[in-house]
Structure formats: C-alpha cells, structure tokens
Design a protein around this ligand. Structure first.
Ligand code: HEC
Ligand code: HEC
Ligand code: HEC
Ligand code: HEC
Length: 196
C-alpha cells in the first residue's frame, strides 16, 4: 500500500474540514448508511416471509388456506381474511426473529420428511402438528389472537353473546397462573381440529 493510499484511509476517520457532515467522521457516516441498508434488507426479508404465499410455498398441497377461507377467519361479515402470519407469528420485535429461526428449521423438515407436502401427510399428522402449534400459542399466551381480539375481557362489545361474556368474565376473575389462554377453550378456529 502506498503512503498516499494509507493517508487516504486515515483521512476517512478524521473530522471533515467542512461543516456539512455535522462533524461526523466520514467513515462513521458510511457505516451508518450501510447499517441502514442492512436493517432495510432485513425488513424486506421479514416482510416477504410473512405473506401467505411464502407459507404456501412449502405447504402448497395442504388444504390449510382453503380451511382458513371457509372458517370465520376468512369468511365473515366484516370482510377480513386473517393471514397465516397474523395467527402463527408473534407481532414484531426480537421474538418474531426467534420464531422465524425456528420456522427455518422447517427447511430441514421439508427436505427430509418423506411425502411432507401432500394432503395425506397432513391428515396423518394433523393431531401432532396441531398440538405443536398449540404449544407455541400457549407459550405466548395466545398473544397473536389478542392483537385483534383486544376486548374479550374488558370493554366487551354489546354484541358479544351472553354465554361468551359469562365464560370470559369467569376466566378473567381467576389469578393469572390459573387463567386459561384463548386456545384452551377455542379449538379449530381456522382449521378443523382433529378428533381423538
Ligand atoms: C421451508 C418450508 C416451510 C415454510 C416456508 C413454512 N413451513 Fe410450516 N412447516 C414446514 C414443515 C416441514 C413442517 C412440519 C415439520 C416440523 O414441524 O418441523 C411445518 C409445520 C408447520 C406448523 C405445525 C407445527 C408447528 O411447529 O407449529 C405450522 C403451524 C406451520 N408450519 C405454519 C407455517 C406458517 C405460518 C408459515 C409461513 C410463515 C410456514 N409454516 C412456512 C415447512 C415449512
Ligand atoms: C387479524 C385479526 C384476527 C386474528 C389474529 C384472530 N382473529 Fe379471531 N376473528 C377475527 C375476525 C375478523 C372474526 C370474525 C368476526 C365476525 O364475524 O364478526 C373472528 C372471529 C373469531 C371467533 C368467533 C367465531 C368462531 O370461530 O367461533 C373466535 C372464537 C375467534 N375469532 C378466536 C380467535 C383465536 C383463538 C385467535 C388466535 C389463534 C384469533 N381469533 C385470531 C379476527 C382475528
Ligand atoms: C374459559 C373458556 C374461554 C376462554 C379462556 C376464552 N373464551 Fe372465547 N368464548 C368462550 C365461549 C364458551 C364462547 C361462546 C361460544 C362460542 O362462540 O364459541 C366464546 C366466544 C368467543 C367469541 C365470539 C364472541 C361473540 O359472541 O361475539 C370470540 C371472538 C372469542 N370467544 C374469543 C376469545 C379470545 C380471543 C380469547 C382469549 C383472549 C378467548 N375467547 C378466551 C370461552 C372462552
Ligand atoms: C385465526 C388464526 C389462524 C390462521 C389465520 C391460520 N392458522 Fe394455522 N392454526 C391455528 C391454530 C389455533 C392451530 C392449532 C390447532 C387448532 O386449534 O386448530 C393451527 C394449526 C396449524 C397447523 C397444524 C395442523 C393443523 O391443521 O392443526 C398448520 C400446518 C397451520 N396451522 C398452518 C397455517 C397456514 C399455512 C395458514 C395460512 C394459510 C394458517 N395456518 C392460518 C390458527 C390459525
């Protein structure tokens, strides 16, 4: 490396003479810009992996999406179709990334489980898979559900059925460790829960 070049690099980390960078060394400024691009890239990836199409790339021969469309979460009077990610992935933050990494484990499953992407596999393994999904939702206290259903226990709408109000109120009165989570009482809200 020539002397000329070395002093060039050193200059990158020195205060610029002009005021336009508010006195931030140019190197730090570049690091900020590149870091910004990195965060943006991560956002793009997270976004792309949160669509139903992404989920259905591996689950393409499973009836999962049709089941949602036939359920109250796809076919309702309010005109909302709930996405896979809205129920299965926690909203935002660190947790979200952790769950993504766990989903990435499915890449190995996808490549190694014999006949995974067939309806027969889904039906044969539905109970086990449903319980895995339920374990996860239980571990986050069904928080994906409550991000939409925010008035179950308090400020309940007039229109909520009497029996629903009563059951919800009864559950809410219990101490937190005794309280049931949404999916303990509500099975099969989007896919038919297997019997037995
Ligand atoms: C790379 C392929 C792949 C992609 C993409 C994928 N899955 Fe899966 N998924 C699998 C495999 C394989 C299994 C079963 C094996 C296992 O549990 O690891 C599975 C199982 C599941 C289960 C049941 C088991 C559990 O751990 O909860 C749910 C729920 C699920 N996937 C939801 C989703 C959602 C939601 C998305 C989109 C955000 C998605 N999957 C994207 C391959 C994939
Ligand atoms: C993106 C928003 C959203 C999410 C997330 C969501 N729901 Fe819903 N849910 C709705 C809408 C919209 C309806 C239909 C309301 C209507 O028809 O008036 C509904 C209806 C329901 C109903 C009444 C109909 C039925 O099937 O019995 C229950 C119970 C329910 N949801 C439970 C859940 C549970 C449990 C979860 C989490 C696993 C969940 N919801 C996640 C929006 C959501
Ligand atoms: C102790 C059991 C229990 C728990 C826990 C519970 N529910 Fe319910 N819920 C019921 C019953 C019973 C009904 C009335 C019958 C039905 O619609 O399934 C009901 C009804 C509902 C309805 C339809 C209300 C209406 O009439 O408009 C929604 C939506 C709902 N629950 C969502 C939730 C969510 C979200 C959670 C978690 C925050 C939850 N429930 C927790 C038992 C429970
Ligand atoms: C309204 C919330 C909701 C939506 C939307 C939803 N799921 Fe689920 N899913 C659940 C719950 C809750 C379970 C656990 C089993 C149960 O209670 O029925 C589950 C179970 C599963 C399972 C395990 C097998 C089974 O049938 O139980 C897979 C795989 C799965 N979901 C994938 C998907 C995919 C892919 C989508 C989008 C096309 C999707 N889910 C949309 C709530 C949802």
């Amino acid at each position: 490396m020539s002397d000329n070049n070395r002093s060039g690099w050193r200059r990158l980390w020195q205060q610029p003479k002009s005021k336009w960078l508010l006195g931030i060394p140019l190197g730090a400024f570049l690091a900020l810009v590149l870091g910004g691009i990195g965060v943006y890239g991560t956002q793009v990836v997270l976004h792309a992996t949160s669509t139903d199409d992404f989920c259905m790339t591996c689950h393409s021969n499973h009836s999962l999406r049709d089941e949602v469309l036939a359920s109250s979460h796809g076919n309702n009077s309010v005109g909302i179709t709930v996405t896979c990610a809205q129920c299965h992935l926690p909203p935002g933050g660190f947790e979200y990334l952790v769950k993504k990494i766990i989903v990435s484990k499915d890449i190995i499953g996808y490549m190694t489980i014999d006949g995974f992407n067939t309806q027969e596999w889904l039906e044969a393994n539905r109970k086990e898979q449903a319980d895995l999904a339920r374990d996860y939702l239980r571990s986050i206290d069904s928080r994906t559900c409550t991000s939409c259903h925010s008035n179950i226990y308090e400020n309940q709408p007039e229109s909520m059925k009497k029996v629903a109000k009563r059951m919800h109120a009864m559950n809410f009165k219990k101490t937190e460790d005794k309280r049931k989570t949404c999916i303990d009482c509500h099975k099969g809200v989007a896919h038919p829960y297997p019997k037995g």
